[in-house]
Design a protein around this ligand. Structure first.
Ligand SMILES: Cc1cc2nc3c(=O)[nH]c(=O)nc-3n(C[C@H](O)[C@H](O)[C@H](O)COP(=O)(O)OP(=O)(O)OC[C@H]3O[C@@H](n4cnc5c(N)ncnc54)[C@H](O)[C@@H]3O)c2cc1C
Length: 295
């Protein structure tokens, strides 16, 4: 299948050999064979139809993802331009999958609408947040989702309502589709005190370095950061990647890391925690993998 840039108002430009590190907060990763940034659901559908049987990948804000080094064969779609928001009533909005979560939080704060205070400081897009039920303090963004409009591997639009999908800690059952927009209902009254608590917690994180957030999920009743710290992982280094001295669950890019450095270091940490405690840590960071047409 050859992707051609013939004029089609329904289809965004397709760029060949696009370096992807700039689309991630970690700042590592290789080059996409094909790359496109649709602006709305119809452009997304047209792209997927055009892609045919080649592997298709999706990235949002790239804040929870490690993109392998080297060439990514297939089409990588960035949702960042799918960033519309339409208010349906005072508390309900339809939000594009590429809308930046922190912009939404600022809007809610300005309008005195509550609900997402716990997401203070979480980077990335709404689509990425829903796909991994991003959150903090026992809450996740999926709690506020009324409906989801997504696109499947054939370019068909699929709609879900609350109850059609399930979610848990850093998990959502909406797999094998690209989330195009989300209908969310919030609550009355922004809680500034709650927001401040979550903003303050960010001071423990190495925000002056590039990272992809927490490397591992917290095991039930335990803290991955604490386990990693107790097992002596702080400061461990592979190539240009190090375990932060500030927060052991963050792998930071010291400036010249590759994705294989990051993944090698994550493996080393998981092995060390297992040998030390018998606990298997599960990754929270995603490795870029195809939504459709797995090679
Ligand atoms: C400094 C820092 C702090 C963080 N703190 C937190 C925190 O407190 N809590 C937390 O939960 N996370 C945290 N994260 C991780 C990350 O910000 C969240 O998981 C975020 O919601 C990921 O969104 P994204 O758009 O960047 O997704 P990406 O990183 O682009 O993608 C993540 C996954 O979602 C998939 N995906 C992305 N968009 C879509 C879509 N539209 N449809 C279907 N699948 C999609 C991707 O294929 C990938 O598998 C932090 C990250 C950083 C760098």
């Amino acid at each position: 299948m050859i992707l051609l840039n013939s004029f089609n108002p329904q289809k965004p430009d397709i760029i060949e050999n696009q370096p992807l590190s700039q689309y991630t907060t970690l700042g590592t990763g290789g080059t996409a064979e094909f790359f496109a940034q649709p602006q709305d659901i119809s452009q997304l559908q047209a792209l997927i139809v055009e892609a045919g049987n080649i592997p298709v990948y999706v990235i949002g804000g790239g804040s929870n993802i490690v993109i392998p080094d080297g060439e990514i064969r297939g089409l990588v779609i960035s949702t960042r331009r799918m960033n519309s928001i339409t208010w349906r009533n005072d508390l309900t909005a339809e939000i594009g999958g590429g809308y930046i979560l922190s912009s939404l939080v600022n809007t809610l704060r300005g309008k005195n609408i509550g609900g997402l205070e716990f997401t203070a400081g979480i980077p990335g897009t709404i689509g990425g947040a829903i796909s991994g039920n991003a959150g903090a303090g026992g809450h996740g963004v999926c709690e506020f989702v009324e409906g989801v409009r997504a696109v499947d591997g054939r370019g068909n639009m699929v709609e879900y309502v609350r109850g059609d999908f399930s979610y848990a800690y850093r998990e959502c059952s909406l797999g094998g589709v690209i989330i195009a927009s989300v209908l969310m209902t919030f609550t009355e009254g922004w809680k500034e005190d709650e927001y401040t608590v979550f903003v303050t917690r960010r001071r423990n994180q190495p925000l002056n370095f590039r990272s992809a957030g927490c490397t591992f999920k917290n095991p039930e009743g335990n803290s991955a950061g604490k386990l990693l710290d107790e097992c002596g992982c702080k400061g461990l280094t592979v190539g240009g990647a190090s375990v932060s001295e500030k927060h052991a669950n963050f792998i930071i890019n010291c400036g010249h890391a590759t994705s294989s450095d990051v993944m090698g270091l994550a493996d080393l940490c998981a092995r060390r925690v297992y040998e030390c405690t018998g606990i298997t840590l599960e990754p929270e960071i995603h490795t870029l993998s195809p939504c459709f047409n797995v090679p």
